[in-house]
Design a protein around this ligand. Structure first.
Ligand code: ADP
Ligand code: ZN
Ligand code: ZN
Length: 724
């Protein structure tokens, strides 16, 4: 009987062998017995020689697919992932498939829910809905064409949908979407601008490589026309009947971009966003695998979407940290995209206004072709960036007097102002005025953040929360006061200072809920708010043309952080925020409040721009022997007993003590030393040779797994770690 090698989703770095009556193609799912359990695995190969004793092999219970759900190239990529990240192949393949297939669901398409205008609704004038603006919008949208139920729920409240159904204007239908397999016949290139010289060069360089592997880094400030380059490059891929996969950091933040792709080409666009049901996600996967979707847009895990006619890969905002998965299979989607493009023999475009130092390095050393867009297409213009020395300055709600005056001036000119602070909540600590005691999360040994609106203390490291105490736990005093500044307090302060203007706070607390963020952004664009206060979310995806003043409150944390990437991330944030604001006739200004105005890094960034800063930062990394000039792997261990975690890492480091190529640092406590009651330690491996590091790791892993403590202490390996 043939022997089938199966990847089973268990934490073992190996395949397992089973017997079956006939050979099975690689990439087919099977149900197999595994100890007392039945698990769903993926066939890797059929052989007739067992690595073990073949008479002891168990039989496969079920074959779930007629045809492979993974193409040979995808299987190869998963095997590469498994080796590179030292992660069990069974688990890699599981991560690579849609959830419903992991659970053993059929790979045949199932019907999904759609909303469409009813016969009555098609003829109705949306204006007849009077003041119900959202209902009007939804009806108008569905009059243009149907949409999946979940995509509508991502934009509208369910009460809006129900109201229109009750009025008989729209209806819900269940069916398998009949996609036009002949999308090529309907391909209809919409109106497009004439590219400027830099764009034209970029487009022709990329187009010349269609049908072969090449990697491009497009470095161009926000508004320099990167998306337009993608569009015109894609055009040449689509006209050849091939597909394009586009990764974006977060779909909810970029509805306009998605719309731009659909409009330009008049073809179906598959969107993999977080509101999809498992079934809908599967459908996009199937349609793409069948070649029915010419364009697929999604976040990190969309990189696993199979394409029948692969034509091009694009990673937009390639510097974004969301492309690195932070648990389980800790892969970087950008790195996987490079591997995938090479395997599929297609071009890859990485685009950003603030490229990651890794990508910039690859562009400078010739691994990627470097395409630079300096000219500003359209009418965007960036604010002038300046630092404000706040040493010895009285601050009101964290703001210097000069800044408060400026805010007033800009508001008086009917402009919007934007204030950035990287901390949600009211204040980062609650302190006893009598004895100095700070309320701390017992699991993490870090101060709780005070949330006045939710009326609780919340730990931002583990999420645990409790009611705000009335008295000090230490001395029973009632003199408890908030220390430091968060978005909530800043908003309150601005309302006090400028009561005649309206403000909006955008952070993960206020933007919770499906439509909240979109609603807020809509209102900002309609000038219903004059003061915008927020966190990181402000720096992503949106353009605020009427904002003429940007204030960044606290940059000092990043300048003196122990994380060597903090400076890079600050520079990206500042540049991205600047790119979100202003337009030609209203260029505006940006102020950074700091206690260290002459900090060389800040000065370089503000005087010479990101691209100069980044090249200098690369040199610094080289001198400090840091990535991307060296390669790192990180063993993390955590335990309620710090000695256990430490001992495991000591044992692990023994495995590398004779290695010529790999330097071992640690065990050391992690930057976040304790979380949820667990002490966290780490061991860093550094090598100037990636292959040597890989080789050493794969030799050591089997021994490490055999270590007595390896089954008692929770540990993980993170290859190319992004945070410490
Ligand atoms: P980016 O992706 O770099 O932020 P976009 O491609 O979105 O830039 O371009 C910014 C704006 O300029 C968009 O409104 C776009 O339609 C417009 N634009 C881009 N290229 C051109 C061009 N060659 N001529 C005129 N307008 C352009
Ligand atoms: Zn006290
Ligand atoms: Zn905590």
């Amino acid at each position: 009987m043939p022997i089938i090698r199966v990847a089973v989703p268990v934490p073992k770095r190996q395949f397992f062998e089973y017997q079956h009556t006939s050979a099975l193609a690689p990439g087919i799912r099977v149900r197999v017995p595994f100890g007392p359990r039945k698990l769903i695995g993926v066939v890797l190969e059929t052989t007739d020689e067992s690595q073990w004793q073949s008479d002891k092999l168990k039989a496969i219970l079920d074959v779930l697919d007629d045809a492979p759900i993974f193409s040979p190239i995808q299987l190869k990529l998963c095997q590469w992932l498994s080796q590179y990240y030292q992660h069990p192949i069974g688990d890699v393949l599981h991560s690579a498939m849609p959830v419903s297939l992991r659970k053993g669901g059929s790979s045949e398409p199932k019907p999904v829910s759609f909303l469409q205008a009813s016969t009555q609704g098609k003829q109705a004038d949306p204006a007849c809905l009077g003041k119900a603006r959202k209902q009007q919008q939804l009806l108008a949208q569905l009059q243009q064409g149907e949409a999946s139920y979940s995509s509508i729920l991502a934009q509208y409240a369910s009460t809006t949908v129900k109201a229109l159904i009750e009025k008989g204007l729209i209806e819900q239908v269940e069916r398998i979407p009949s996609l036009d397999t002949n999308w090529l016949d309907n391909l209809n290139i919409g109106e497009k601008p004439l590219p400027n010289v830099e764009q034209a060069i970029a487009i022709s360089q990329i187009t010349a490589k269609i049908g072969e592997y090449a990697s491009f880094l497009i470095e161009g400030v926000t508004g320099s026309g990167k998306t337009e380059v993608y569009l015109q490059a894609i055009e040449n891929v689509l006209t050849q009947g091939k597909q394009v996969l586009i990764l974006v950091p977060e779909i909810g933040l970029t509805p306009q971009t998605v719309e731009r792709f659909a409009k330009r080409f008049n073809v179906p666009v598959g969107i993999l966003h977080s509101n999809l049901t498992d079934n809908e996600r599967l459908l996009v996967w199937q349609q793409s695998y069948a070649g029915q979707l010419p364009i697929i847009i999604g976040t990190r895990s969309a990189i696993f979407t199979p394409m029948k006619y692969p034509g091009m890969l694009i990673v937009d905002e390639e510097h974004d940290s969301s492309y690195k998965q932070q648990d389980g299979l800790r892969y970087h989607a950008r790195d996987l995209a490079v591997m995938r493009a090479a395997q599929e023999k297609i071009p890859l475009i990485l685009g950003s206004a603030t490229p990651a130092l890794e990508s910039l390095n690859n562009a400078l050393n010739g691994k990627y072709q470097h395409l630079i867009l300096n000219e500003r297409a359209g009418n965007a213009s960036h604010p002038k960036q300046q630092v404000l020395d706040i040493r010895n300055q009285p601050l009101e709600f964290g703001l210097a007097k000069g800044i408060i005056e400026r805010i007033g001036q800009h508001l008086a000119q009917e402009s919007q102002v934007m204030l950035f602070i990287n901390r949600r909540g009211y204040a980062p600590a609650l302190v006893c005025h009598t004895c100095g005691h700070v309320e701390e999360c017992p699991g993490c040994n870090k101060p709780y953040t005070l949330h006045k609106q939710l009326y609780k203390l919340q730990c931002h490291h583990c999420g645990s929360a409790k009611a705000i105490p009335k008295r000090c736990q230490n001395c029973n005093s009632t003199e408890l006061s908030a220390m430091g500044l968060g978005t909530e307090q800043l908003e309150q302060g601005l309302q006090t200072l400028f009561p005649q203007y309206t403000s909006v706070r955008i952070d993960s607390d206020s933007a919770r809920g499906k439509n909240r963020l979109n609603d807020m952004l809509d209102k900002i664009n309609r000038n219903e708010y004059q003061i915008l206060i927020g966190t990181q979310i402000l720096s992503k995806g949106h353009h605020f043309p009427n904002v003429t003043l940007v204030v960044i409150l606290e940059v000092d944390g990043a300048l003196f952080s122990a994380d060597y990437r903090a400076a890079e991330h600050l520079a990206q944030l500042v540049t991205q925020l600047a790119g979100r604001a202003g337009r030609a006739e209203k260029p505006g200004e940006m102020w950074l409040q700091t206690h260290d105005p002459s900090h060389p890094l800040l000065q370089d960034l503000l005087n010479n721009g990101y691209s100069h800063f980044a090249r200098y930062a690369l040199l610094e990394r080289e001198h400090a022997m840091l990535p991307p000039h060296t390669y790192q792997a990180l063993f993390r261990a955590q335990s309620s007993d710090p000695r256990m975690a430490n001992q495991l890492l000591m044992d692990i480091s023994q495995q590398f003590s004779y290695s010529k190529h790999v330097q071992c640092i640690g065990p050391l406590p992690a930057l976040m030393e304790k979380r949820q009651g667990k002490f966290r330690m780490q061991l860093v491996l550094i090598s100037s040779n990636r292959a040597a590091l890989q080789h050493t790791l794969s030799q050591a892993m089997p021994n490490i797994e055999q270590l007595p403590l390896a089954t008692k202490v929770r540990w993980a390996l993170d290859v190319d770690p992004q945070d410490f």
